[in-house]
Design a protein. Sequence first.
Length: 93
Amino acid sequence: MEQLTFQFNEVIETVFITPTKEMPLEVFKQFHHVAYFMELMERLPDGRRVWDESATSIYSEQLAEAEYLGMQNDWFTVSFELPKALVGDINGT
């Protein structure tokens, strides 16, 4: 997966995805990490996010692993809000 970089106050279009049980743990953890930080960003009225690196905080992969385990055991479903550019890159668009 190509690393995306955003500039301070850059407006980011996002999309929501719902991981499936077939998603490998490493991919889930990468998406979880990005989605976690997207939640910390300011949301514009039209739904886009504004990138602000100062809003990021410490992240633990243990949370992603616990949520992956819960998803695998059908305890709950998870949705990720991800940058559209990231999802397009994965889909080859």
